[in-house]
Design a protein around this ligand. Structure first.
Ligand SMILES: Nc1nc2c(c(=O)[nH]1)N[C@H]1C(S)=C(S)[C@@H](COP(=O)(O)O)O[C@H]1N2
Ligand SMILES: [Mo]
Length: 314
């Protein structure tokens, strides 16, 4: 049985890209003629059983190519391992198995689960090609594998009174040298509203480029919220808590005037120290204009109706 869900954000982009042609053909073969009238629907296939599927049913949009793995995996932000972008080697010190995730706070019952058991329990597992925009004005296009954060919410059973999700990274000063120095308020923390977390675009990443997530990308579990600046996409998550109060992220705790809770991408709102109007694409020589909500405005704009008084853009 094919589970078909309508996804405006997938449909719009898919229709105008060459990948769409190949993918529609694949959907046709997998699912029969009924799928032809629904070109961007994700056809469930054998890939869905793979822990790191590579069956993207949509693309990053017109004119955007997937960033070569060599570029995206050698230029990272992972401050636990140092303040430079070249932490790929140092990050290999992080032990990612066994890896226990704690789900607690305002939930029916606290859960402790190993990462591989969690991956097995999460459906649908899929690949999503997302644009990614760091607050420092560099960007990339990445084929993440994982599952919708929504699936984890269903699994966690938060109480109706929970208002925010708080994510916390590991704390291991013996392997992550910066954590041994009290320069930053470790551990790295980030948060979302419940509505943001339940949005179809909010994605939990366990793989990339069709393989298990390399350590420098935030193995074994990271967040991808592509309409927000990259610092919201917290890496190497150890604890997810449902809370009543808005979580204060590590960057917000350090520098609230520069890094806020919402941190939605907006080319018209400059960072206090630089413009956000355009971005340098990793592996490419030309800068491109930055888009409102990183190009996902149609999908996520509605999340912010009534919140206009909030600081939404940093
Ligand atoms: N735990 C943790 N998560 C993190 C960071 C970090 O330093 N530590 N850096 C953030 C920032 S600023 C960015 S831009 C992205 C970078 O992701 P990438 O290295 O996979 O490109 O991770 C985010 N998540
Ligand atoms: Mo960033």
């Amino acid at each position: 049985m094919h589970v078909l869900r309508r996804r405006g954000w997938a449909l719009k982009e898919n229709l105008v890209t060459p990948e769409a042609v190949a993918l529609n053909r694949r959907a046709f073969i997998a699912g029969g003629a009924a799928l032809m009238s629904l070109p961007a629907m994700a056809a469930e296939n054998a890939d869905a059983l793979h822990p790191y599927p590579a069956n993207a049913s949509f693309s990053a949009g017109p004119g955007r190519a997937i960033t070569p793995e060599a570029d995206s995996s050698s230029y990272n932000n992972f401050y636990e391992f140092g303040t430079s972008k070249y932490i790929q080697k140092k990050a290999q010190a992080l032990p990612v198995r066994p890896w226990m995730l704690t789900i607690d706070g305002m939930v029916e019952k606290k859960i402790e689960i190993g990462i591989d058991d969690l991956i097995k329990a999460m459906q649908p597992r899929e690949e999503r090609i997302y644009r990614f925009r760091c607050v420092e004005a560099w960007s990339m296009v990445v084929p993440w594998s994982g599952f919708p954060l929504r699936a984890l919410l269903d699994f966690a059973k938060p109480l109706g009174s929970a208002r925010f999700v708080r994510f916390e990274t590991f704390m291991m000063p013996s392997v992550a040298p910066e954590q041994a120095i009290p320069l930053y308020p470790w551990p790295y923390v980030e948060g979302l509203t419940m509505a943001e977390a339940a949005h179809d675009l909010a994605f939990m990443v366990t793989g990339v480029y069709g393989k298990a997530l390399p350590k420098q990308f935030g193995a074994p579990l990271r967040l991808a919220v592509p309409w927000k600046y990259g610092f919201k996409s917290i890496k190497s998550i150890r604890r997810i808590s449902f809370v009543a109060e808005r979580p204060v992220g590590m960057w917000e705790a350090l520098q609230p005037k520069e890094y806020g809770f919402f941190a939605n991408v907006n080319p018209k709102v400059s960072h206090p120290r630089w413009s956000q109007a355009d971005e340098k694409v990793l592996g490419e020589s030309q800068r491109i204009p930055t888009q409102l909500f990183n190009g996902y405005a149609d999908e996520v704009g509605g999340l912010y109706a009534g919140l206009e008084k909030e600081t939404l853009w940093r």
